[in-house]
Design a protein around this ligand. Structure first.
Ligand code: NDP
Length: 245
């Protein structure tokens, strides 16, 4: 068990992120909910505080550098440092766009780019903005919520059964690679950086088709967020252990 931490969870007003926030708060950590809608984030924070937890919310749109910078300033003012950053916010498709734009035969590059803006560039934007705060921690760690759907080892199977999400699947492949680059690049600073797959979880992201609950899906991220200071870095795991890249 790690000492009490200050943790930021992006995209935490619903789904897996909300449960990651709830479980870390139940463990006694101080949790900051990052939410595009501050109103929704504050509502979630109030619900989690009702259980006696220390939870607040900050406005945070990972695709808006101004919003990310303002969130970093706000947390600098309120807490002075950050111990754990959970990059959870993610999308499966561009809202309102034709899903055909994510299929190779009918690809719409703007649709694909839209997904990458959140799932890949958003993570890099947030990580860059919060590294100065993580460097002030005695035990800094980053957890990126990726997906085994992006495993190169699984993509050929995936293609046989599902429409290939040309934005979503490769965005998670890239996110896992980005995670490993950060792990190597921050090794000398003792900042642990790991990727996790939550499993197939029933949330808005997949029209609630998943077979796991958000509470079950949160476990892999909570586990990696609470590893010891001398714990692993550069891993990709789910609740059962290592995930193939
Ligand atoms: P949900 O759609 O339930 O939640 C996604 C969250 O991300 C929401 O809070 C949403 O905010 C937020 N979000 C989206 N775009 C932005 C943005 N630009 N800035 C800030 N927040 C944003 O999905 P899940 O809980 O299922 O997904 C969470 C993570 O888990 C994602 O990264 C997803 O790829 C990953 N994952 C999910 C799996 C599953 O089976 N569900 C499987 C593997 C990985 P808002 O409420 O404002 O829309």
């Amino acid at each position: 068990m790690t000492d009490q931490m200050i943790v930021l969870v992006t995209g935490a007003n619903k789904g897996i992120g909300r449960e990651i926030a709830a479980q870390l708060a139940q463990l006694g950590h101080t949790v900051i909910i990052g939410a595009r809608s501050l109103e929704q984030g504050e509502r979630t924070a109030a619900e989690l505080r009702a259980a006696g937890a220390s939870v607040t919310a900050v406005a945070l749109d990972v695709t808006d550098p101004g919003s990310v910078a303002a969130a970093a300033d706000s947390i600098t003012a309120s807490h002075g440092h950050l111990d754990a950053l959970i990059n959870n916010a993610g999308i499966s498709h561009q809202p309102g766009a034709d899903i055909a734009g994510q299929m190779p035969a009918t690809a719409d590059v703007d649709h694909v780019r839209f997904v990458f803006e959140t799932n890949v560039f958003g993570v890099i934007t947030v990580t860059a903005a919060f590294l100065p705060l993580l460097r002030r921690s005695d035990s800094p760690r980053i957890v990126n919520v990726s997906s085994s759907a992006g495993s190169l080892a699984a993509i050929s199977d995936f293609a046989n059964t599902d429409p290939i999400a040309l934005g979503y699947v490769p965005s998670k492949t890239a996110l896992t690679a980005v995670t490993m680059m950060y792990a190597r690049g921050l090794e000398t600073e003792n900042i642990l950086v790991n990727a996790v797959c939550p499993g197939f979880v029933a949330t808005d992201l997949n029209g609630h088709r998943g077979h796991l609950t958000p509470a079950e899906g949160a476990r892999s991220a909570v586990t990696m967020a609470t590893i010891p200071t001398d714990g692993p870095t550069g891993t990709f795991t789910d609740v059962d252990g290592p995930v193939a890249w």
